[in-house]
Design a binder for this molecule. Sequence first.
Ligand code: HEC
Length: 157
Amino acid sequence: MRRILRFLVISLLLAFIVLQFFQPEKNNGEVSSNHIFNQEQVPENIQNILTTACLDCHSNHTNYWWYNNIAPVSWMVNDHISEGKSELNFSEWAAMDIFEKITILEEICQETERKSMPLKSYRTIHPKAKLSDEQIAELCNWTTKLAEELLANAASE
Ligand code: HEC
């Protein structure tokens, strides 16, 4: 019995070590001119909110923590990033047309108000990403204002 247990523990340990050699590609892109920060007027408080709570999953650049490099956590994090980026990528803001931008701005406000974003697992691990009601209100004021400006600019073109 003891032997079997020892065999099991050692096998599991080996499997864990082997797993570490299979890692997803890192989300380590540079900030380009297509990034929302270089495309729109984004006040500093909003830049801070987006940077601490959203950009890790919704841009081409993630700030990894050491444990993010350990499989299988690395794969879970990678899943969130690919899924998050496919819904909204602030690094590729310039690639969206005005309708997409206005729709997503509204969703940014809605998702944060409903506390669906940032993801709960992320909020638990990154306490700073837990947005206060005040921060959510600031974010929503900004998304509304930017959407109005985009519309006004489009109308005057
Ligand atoms: C830990 C990763 C992660 C973080 C951090 C994060 N998101 Fe997301 N986001 C996702 C994933 C995954 C999806 C797609 C699945 C879903 O909707 O739950 C998503 C979807 C979205 C969508 C599209 C929703 C829809 O249903 O169309 C919006 C808008 C959004 N996020 C905004 C934000 C904002 C704003 C922040 C910061 C306040 C944020 N997210 C932080 C992972 C993240």
